[in-house]
Design a protein around this ligand. Structure first.
Ligand code: C5P
Length: 401
């Protein structure tokens, strides 16, 4: 189904005999297209060597806070932000206890505490340890914190005793993680076109009229839609950003008129269009084909001509069932101006960001928005990272669809 393709997964391995199964789990994850970073506890290394794990994952295995020979520091915070999911398999009674108690005395449990992504635990231990009230209580606590417990199976254990405690088979662990991602795909089957970034209107081959838009908001929305299963076309003006999700189709444009052509083409087969770009209002009609020289007496005149309104053009063509979302950046009469834009551009809703809000505009990593829909209902959100703002906007979109 490709649900794990391009996903960043931390595979945490603890010291238990079931660690040998983690090698198969790692292989399955890599085969499914995931990028896997193995973090192993010191006891885990007694059961399975980092060499095997790094060869299969294509990345050095992390175990310690510091890498001795280089003196560099392994950042649990960076790892926690990088990951789309963390799978701890096998999860031993000791690690489960540390996780439940907030103890951070090795790289694995410290990374767990920093992780913002969903965490899956596949416990593996002897039947009496599994049945112990403290293990049961710790697992209940961890489930209560939102972790996903992949229950161990019953069967013969390493001790030759028979009971509950065998780590679930790698295939089933992969299935559980895939099922989770499938449940997150509330945009599966939707085609979304997003415009992002500024446009550059050429004056001559080396100069242009532009604006300060970084494209960060549009790119964050594209990532969010792709993560939730949508087929995304991102029509981007000149920005220095990269797409992370491999499913995003990126079309690079320079001017507003190029952006219009790419957006119209994509919109014809899209269910949703999100107009995030800061499109220049004018282009240079007397664009020079060679570099304009600095003449002593003559000051060159730039003749401007109105650019097309891409959102309004798509709004006029919108078919029943298509959803069009706009952005508004206002300094005065914000809500009233935003409502006028909903009408003028035939939008389904508009995302208003105010120039008055500090840290909520061009180039920043945060934004503070209010969503206003056609019926006039307003939803105001606090200052958040753009990735979280994208989440709020896409939630609203999914609600109205
Ligand atoms: O009219 P104004 O520029 O304030 O409207 C902003 C909204 O319209 C944004 O969603 C922006 O992406 C879109 N827009 C557009 N084409 C233009 C100007 C704005 O798509 N030429």
């Amino acid at each position: 189904m490709g649900l794990l393709k391009g996903k960043h997964i931390i595979l945490g391995i603890c010291g238990g005999i079931a660690a040998y199964k983690s090698v198969f789990l790692l292989r399955l994850l890599v085969k499914a297209g995931a990028e896997v970073q193995v973090v192993i506890t010191p006891a885990g290394k007694e059961f399975i060597t980092p060499v095997t794990l790094s060869a299969l994952s294509g990345r050095p295995v992390i175990s310690e806070f510091f890498t001795a020979n280089t003196g560099s520091w392994n950042s649990h915070v960076d790892l926690g932000v990088w990951a789309d999911a963390m799978i701890i398999a096998p999860a031993t009674a000791s690690t489960i206890g540390k996780m439940a108690g907030g103890i951070a005395d090795n790289m694995l449990v410290t990374t767990y505490l920093s992780a913002k992504c969903p965490v899956f635990l596949a416990p593996a231990m002897d039947l009496d340890m599994m049945a112990h009230p403290s293990t049961k209580r710790n697992l209940e606590l961890l489930a209560g914190y939102g972790n996903h417990i992949i229950e161990p199976a019953e069967g013969e254990l390493a001790s030759h005793l028979v009971g509950k405690g065998r780590m679930e088979e790698p295939e089933n662990i992969v299935k559980a993680v895939e099922a989770f991602f499938a449940s997150q795909c509330d945009m599966a089957g939707l085609r979304v076109m997003i415009t992002a970034g500024p446009t550059h209107e050429r004056i001559d081959p080396v100069r242009f009229i532009g604006n300060y838009s970084s494209g960060k908001m549009g790119f964050a929305i594209a990532e969010e839609c792709a993560r939730r299963g949508a087929e995304v076309t991102l029509v981007s003006g000149p920005v220095s950003l990269q797409c992370v999700h491999p499913g995003i189709r990126r079309v690079n444009v320079e001017s507003a008129r190029e952006m219009l052509a790419a957006a119209e083409e994509a919109f014809a087969t899209s269910d949703v269009a999100i107009m995030c770009a800061a499109v220049a209002d004018y282009y240079v009609e007397n664009q020079a084909t060679s570099k304009i020289k600095r003449e002593k007496d003559e000051i060159p005149q730039i003749v401007l001509q109105r650019n097309p309104d891409i959102a309004a053009t798509l709004g006029a063509k919108k078919q029943p069932g298509q959803v069009l979302v706009g952005f508004a950046l206002e300094t005065d009469n914000e809500a009233a101006n935003a409502r006028l834009k909903i009408e003028r551009k035939n939008l389904d809703f508009i995302v208003l960001n105010s120039m008055r809000d500090k840290d909520a505009c061009f180039g920043t990593d945060t934004n503070k928005v209010t969503i206003i829909d056609r019926s006039g209902v307003e939803k105001a959100f606090g200052l958040k990272p753009k990735s979280e703002v994208a989440h709020d906007i896409v939630n609203h979109l999914v609600e109205i669809i």
